[in-house]
Design a protein around this ligand. Sequence first.
Ligand SMILES: CC(C)(COP(=O)(O)OP(=O)(O)OC[C@H]1O[C@@H](n2cnc3c(N)ncnc32)[C@H](O)[C@@H]1OP(=O)(O)O)[C@@H](O)C(=O)NCCC(=O)NCCS
Length: 203
Amino acid sequence: MQNKLYKMESKNKQIFLKKVTRKDLEKIKNWRNSKGVWEFNTQYTLLNQFNQKQWYDELLINSSQKMFIIYNSQKKAIGICGFRDINSENKNADVSIILGDSKDRGKKLGTETLNLLVDYGFNKLNLHHISASIFSYNFKSIKVFEKMNFKLDAIMRDCIWRNGKWWDIYKYSVLSEEYKNKQNFEVIAVGNLILKAKLMNQN
Ligand SMILES: CC(C)(COP(=O)(O)OP(=O)(O)OC[C@H]1O[C@@H](n2cnc3c(N)ncnc32)[C@H](O)[C@@H]1OP(=O)(O)O)[C@@H](O)C(=O)NCCC(=O)NCCS
């Protein structure tokens, strides 16, 4: 019943999300420690079974986090996503997405996951502000969040150490009205420019 409650399906049915369970922990650890994921996440040391178990026990009792496994249309688990630091008084939260296998990246599944999460955040969790922290060299992620109307709020300078260098973290956010307004616009690509045009049939 609990799992059913959390199940969400994207409109074109390419992905669906289900609550994380204890049996997902090994998979999550492997995804988070893998090349192509580790360098885009804040955790510096590699995860082990012990700290994954601690993380899950905390997840069960902590209402400020909601984490989901991402499944593809063949019902294969392909990643993890969700909300951290949910603040119900101020109606804000932070989102994160990981597609664990490089073969599943670059196929718009991240965009679709973010769409589903944001929709859930504004329409089910009743949030007002949804944020994300993106490393300055994560160009793909920046693109995905900007497409979803996230705006750059702040740059945290030299905030992470990776590959022998300091890098900035970009703080992005979208507000509920901006997301809802986005539904009234169509994105049009003209050469290298991305323009937004108001849909003809909107008042
Ligand atoms: C980041 C992530 C969630 C994105 O999901 P995805 O399914 O790979 O991305 P999508 O296919 O939906 O969209 C990628 C977009 O970036 C664009 N892109 C790809 N490489 C790019 C680059 N080097 N520079 C700029 N844009 C780039 C693509 O063209 C696409 O835009 P388009 O839809 O306008 O063509 C996924 O790649 C992932 O899990 N990466 C590893 C972990 C991670 O970085 N998580 C995010 C932490 S903030």
